[in-house]
Design a protein around this ligand. Sequence first.
Ligand code: SF4
Ligand code: SF4
Length: 306
Amino acid sequence: MIIPLNIVEAFAKNVGFDVCGVTPAGELTDRIKPFNGWINDGMHGEMGYMERNGDKRLDPTLLVPNAKSVVSVLLNYFPGNLPISTKPPKISRYALSVDYHTVIKNMLWQLLDSLRKEFGTINGRAFVDSAPVLERAWAQKSGLGWIGKNSMLINPKIGSYTFLGELIVDVDIETSVNQIPNRCGSCTRCIDACPTGAIVSAGVIDARKCISYLTIEKKSQLTPEEQESLNGWCFGCDICQEVCPWNSKIKVQTLRTILPKKIVLEISDEELPSISEDKFVKVFTDTPVSRANYAKFIETCQSIGV
Ligand code: SF4
Ligand code: SF4
């Protein structure tokens, strides 16, 4: 049996996803060389976990026995241009709501449940930025968009402020036939706007220079030069998405489960650099910011000099 694509797309819409596509599960052969080159050049910085499970990252059949299909989904999370993401100390837009890992994973399980009710036993796993899966590569192969020069997956209708997720399942599903060609053209706005020069070539980010990495992932102390490079961001960085023309006309998301939390929006830019640990926990609990070390967060806010 081959499950029709239009049924999977309809179920994904019912669950709340904006876009869904399917590609056969198999090795991402064209990604092996660039990915290994990126690691060998040390561009992953202190993210040692990127070096592990390289084989699983590139071959989903090693993650799900007998994997046949990869279902990729996108959900727009654009919350608009809110003061907390536009006035230092700035927090990246994706981090203002309840942690997307939980929300998207629940939605993926609902999608798998719908498929099981309709088609019987299906074994599979849901992934949201949580296992060694090259999400953008799968989404691109599933026809959901292209990987822009800023390395983000860009969908022509909903832009790049999107959460990605995948179901890897052991059943055949009709494949999305049309991939979307890269539409960056001669544009270089993201490269020109990146304040640290982290976009070293089209689609390649040197994480060691990227403000998102410096404010979230880097565990060791920031150097004075790194502190000076933060451009007002204390958690994440949206600059290369803010300038992208494909994000200029996108809709503000209204899905209740991923709206920015009111308590987060109420924090003032004056209060943030001196927020107490108790309040930090209260305000950011269950948001991506809660994964930051409190001491590092405060130090980063203070180094921005607000
Ligand atoms: S997130 Fe910020 S620092 Fe990183 S590549 Fe984009 S603009 Fe540059
Ligand atoms: S800013 Fe321009 S070059 Fe960069 S991702 Fe968007 S369209 Fe592509």
